[in-house]
Design a protein around this ligand. Structure first.
Ligand SMILES: *Cc1c(COP(=O)(O)O)cnc(C)c1O
Length: 507
């Protein structure tokens, strides 16, 4: 019998999975998808700056263009195609109701420069969403405009810096931001962009911040701590109240990275834990679509002490209705973004919130945590847990179960692609060796989790049985197999040179 994996087709296609060249390779010079009349003669006012040569757009017909992009799109993996267990990313289903509401002309067709009285509904929506986020976090103030989690971190640290400066404690006085070793890379990057020096806080053997080590590092030189809770090991920082007290006693601020809020919505209010500010990733917790660099939204909740420094604009209710205040406070850090934030994401997030209701939001968190713990329970005899469970909304395995097998975390992740699963987050957090961070989210059914678990067990058993050669060659079924990721990051080939460079850019 013919082994399907050994079939080489004459076309390069695999069944109806169609191989697709670069658009430049499809070029027929002069071909065009539309018939345009000759351009009318116009007076040349470019003063000698006119283009001397064609700009090199490929010539294609409309069906060629459509097929090209449809074929490429079929190589994309998406949450709409299957389970996407990328830890710390909360790749949950994006309810279609959100999309329907976002497309209502009253939301989709407005312009940010319309007169204020014509966009009262949009401002009401921003205000209502802000109110929900304040209620869920138990915080008094919010900045809605940051465009992503990392942008929210920037907003938060800028308000902290402004507050410190206002009390005469800025500049060189407090020049350090403390960041745990398990932190997301954006945390130290944000602190560095704001001019701070970063000092790391080690994790203890429970995968949490080492409180004693933190207390030793605190002092009059520390501006803030940035901490994620639940942390990126998928564990709740259960000494967070003591941490907040110690940070405040040292005169520093507590920035909480709220990317993992999905684990605790409706269960814990971060404001009750003593945090001073926290970003929320609407594109994670509140189901607005993300991936591929699409629009995010990272509102930041702020304590009273930081509220005067919030960015502008901000929605304020006055006697005439809602107003977008653009210049009210002198103490504001100013504008972080053109216009008012990611309106389309606000609509989707509020649609998610209202369609779930308060009880539904709590249940979503409970289900997210239950799903992660189910995966942990089904795999922990075969895979290695660096820290004992139960976990929160994501489960962290390390590579100690692969010891002496010759299989690495990377090999294992590549083999998952052949099984039809997007790999989990790999090698992050950095506190464990060969991390595999799995976040199923609440939107997976038990049947879907069971299928994932079965594939994981199949691969896990194959790996520990010593079949390293198989793993070293994976993925076998992907259109492109092992890319040279270092080369791609360090020396990306981003220009088409008429075929030269093609070999470089390929595998
Ligand atoms: C996703 C994430 C961020 C950054 O959020 P973006 O919206 O991608 O900028 C920060 N911290 C943690 C823990 C995250 O998971």
């Amino acid at each position: 019998m013919t082994d399907p994996n050994t079939i080489v087709t004459s076309s390069g296609h695999r069944g109806l999975d169609l191989a697709e060249p670069l658009i430049f390779e499809l070029d027929s010079p002069g071909r065009c998808g539309v018939d345009l009349p000759p351009a009318p003669a116009v007076e040349n006012r470019l003063g000698g700056l006119e283009r001397q040569a064609p700009i090199g757009l490929p010539g294609l017909s409309e069906p060629q263009v459509v097929r090209h992009f449809v074929r490429l799109s079929r190589n994309n993996f998406a949450i709409d195609a299957g389970l996407y267990p990328l830890g710390s990313c909360t790749m949950k289903h994006n309810p279609r109701l959100n999309e329907k509401v976002a497309r209502l002309p009253g939301f989709a067709d407005i312009h940010p420069m319309q007169p204020m009285e014509t966009v009262q509904g949009a401002l009401e929506l921003i205000d209502t969403l802000a109110d929900w986020l304040l209620t869920l976090t138990g915080m008094p103030a919010i900045a809605m405009s940051p465009a992503a989690g990392a942008h929210g971190e920037l907003c938060g640290l800028m308000t902290i810096r402004a507050a410190l400066e206002a009390r005469g404690d800025g500049g060189d006085a407090r020049e350090v931001v403390l960041v745990p070793t398990s932190a997301h890379g954006t945390n130290p990057a944000t602190a560095a962009i704001c001019g701070y020096r970063i000092e790391q806080i080690p994790a203890d053997d429970r995968g949490r911040v080492d409180l004693a080590a933190l207390k030793e590092k605190l002092g009059p030189h520390v501006a803030a701590i940035m901490l994620t809770n639940p942390n990126t090991c998928g564990l709740f920082e259960n000494e967070i109240v003591e941490i907040a007290e110690a940070v405040h006693a040292a005169g520093a601020y507590f920035y909480c990275d709220g990317a993992n809020f999905n684990a605790i919505v409706g269960k814990v209010r971060p404001g009750d834990l003593g945090i001073d500010c926290m970003h929320l990733n609407l594109h994670k917790t509140f189901s607005t679509p993300h991936g591929g660099g699409g629009p995010g939204s990272g509102p930041v909740v702020l304590a009273e002490a930081l509220a005067p420094y919030a960015p502008l604009p901000m929605v304020v209710r006055n006697a005439d209705g809602l107003e977008l205040v653009e210049n009210a406070f002198e103490s504001s850090i100013g504008r972080l973004k053109g216009f008012h934030g990611q309106m389309g994401m606000f609509v989707r997030a509020l649609s998610f919130i209202l369609s779930h209701g308060a009880d539904g939001l709590r249940q979503a968190s409970e289900d997210a945590v239950l799903n992660a713990n189910y995966i942990m329970a089904q795999l922990q005899d075969l895979f290695s847990l660096p820290f004992p469970g139960p976990c929160m909304h994501e489960v962290l395995f390390d590579d100690s179960f692969l010891k002496d097998s010759g299989v690495t975390t990377l090999d294992f992740a590549k083999a998952m692609i052949d099984e039809g699963f997007h790999p989990m987050t790999m090698y992050f957090p950095l506190v464990v060796s060969g991390a595999m961070l799995i976040e199923p989210t609440e939107s997976e059914s038990k049947a879907s989790l069971d299928q994932f678990i079965a594939s994981m067990r199949h691969l896990g058993e194959r790996a520990v049985s010593g079949d390293a050669e198989f793993f070293a060659g994976a993925p076998y079924l992907a259109p492109y197999r092992r890319l040279d990721e270092t080369q791609a990051a360090r020396k990306p080939v981003l220009r088409w040179h008429g075929g030269a460079g093609e070999a470089e850019a390929a595998e």
